[in-house]
Design a protein around this ligand. Sequence first.
Ligand code: S3P
Length: 432
Amino acid sequence: MRKRFEPSGPLRGRVAPPPDKSISHRAALFAAMTDEPVRIENYLRADDTMSTLNAISSLGAGVEEKNGTILVRGVGLRTAAPTTGGMLDVGNAGTLMRILPGWLAGQPGGVWRLDGDRSIRRRPVDRVMEPLRLMGAQVDARDDRLPPLTIKGAELTGIDYKLPVASAQVKSCVLIAGLLAQGHTAVTEPDQSRDHTERILCRARVPFERDGLRLGVSPVDELELDDVTVPGDPSSGAFLAAAASVIEGSRVVLDGMALNWTRTGFFRIAERMGAVIVGDLEKRETASETDEPAGELDVAEAPLEATTVEPEEVPLAIDELPLVALLGCFAEGETVVRGAQELRIKESDRIAGVVEGLRGLGADIDARDDGFAVRGGEGLEGGTLDARGDHRLAMLGAVAGLASNNGVEVDGIEAATVSYPGFEAAITELTR
Ligand code: S3P
C-alpha cells in the first residue's frame, strides 16, 4: 500500500508510544515457562508480538485477554507441548525466532520447526545454532544457517560462551537454555546490548550473576514470575522524537516510555547532535535490577550538528540507526555510523534500504560495509521511499515526508503494524 506524507507544520502534544516490543515478547515467553498464571498489563498488540502469543498457545500455554490485560497460563519450564502440525510460525519476528529455540532445545521428547515470512527466511539463525550445539542441542537449518529451523529437544550441558557480536537475542537464547542445562552457563558480550532478559530473570527469582559484560545462570526446576507491566517502546517513540527534532517549532512529550539505559542510545545521540531532550536518559543508577524504568521525555526542535556513532554505541541504538541517518540529513556536517554491519541482517538490509531510500529523497548519503555517512544541512526534497516490507523503513519514510520540502510517498506503509499499529494516528494527533 502506498501512502503520501505531506510536509507538516510543527508536531505538538503528548503521546504515549505503544508498549515495548522486546519486553512484550519476553513477558509472554517467560509467562509461558511458569506454572502459575501471569498477568501482563499493556502487552503490545502488533503483528510481531501476536506471533509470540500464537507460538506460546501452540506450545500449550493458555492465553486470555480481558479488559486489555493478557493472562497467560504457562505450561512450566520443562513441559512445552510438541506442536501438532509440526510448525511454529514466527511471522516477521526475529526476536521470537532467536529466543524461543533456547527454551525448546532443552526439552527432550519434543520436535519443533520454526519458520516465518520471506524476511525471516533471509535472516541467519546460525548465531543461535552454534551455542546451542555446543550445549548438546539438536538443531538444523537450511544451508545450516537460514530458517526454517528444526529443533529436536535434548539434554543440554552448560557452556561458557563468548558472543562474536553483541546481540540481546542470542544472549537471551543461551541464558534460557542455561536454565535447562546441567551445570553453569555463562555468556559474555563484546558490548552491552539491551538487558530485558537479565531483568526478567531476576524478577523470576532465578539465581543470576552479572559481572560487567559476563552473565551467568544455573539450572532451575521452575520459574515464578510476578505480573508484568510493559512500558512504552523507545524504538517506536524515537520516530516521533526524530520528527520533533527536525520539524521547526515542534515540541513533543513522550509519555510512559521505557527509559532503560540500554534502550535510550538513540536519544543520547540525538541530544549530542543538538536536539533538546529533557528527561532521564541514564536511569542506570536508580533502577533496581528487576525493574524496567519508565518516564517521560520532552523533545523539542533545535539546530543539529553532525556526529559519529561509534561501534560500542551501536547495540544501544540498533533499531533507531535509520533515524540517525534522517537527523544527519538536517545536521550541519558529516554524520557517520560505524560498526553497524548488523543492520544488513535486520528485517531488511537496512544499510541499503536507508541509503537508497534517503538518497531517492535528495540526501547526500553513502553506504559503507558497516554503516553509512551522510552530509547534511539541506534537509530532504521528497520523492518515493520503498519500505522493503520493513516496519522501521516504512516509518522512516513517513517521518522523512513530514520533514521534507515536497512530501514523500511511502511504498509499503502497512509494514508499520509489525511494531506500531497506531503510528499514523499518533502523527495525525501531533500535527493537528
Ligand atoms: C531485540 C534485539 C535486537 C533488535 C531487535 C530486538 C530483542 O536484535 O535489533 O529488534 O528484543 O532482543 P539483536 O539482539 O540481534 O541485535
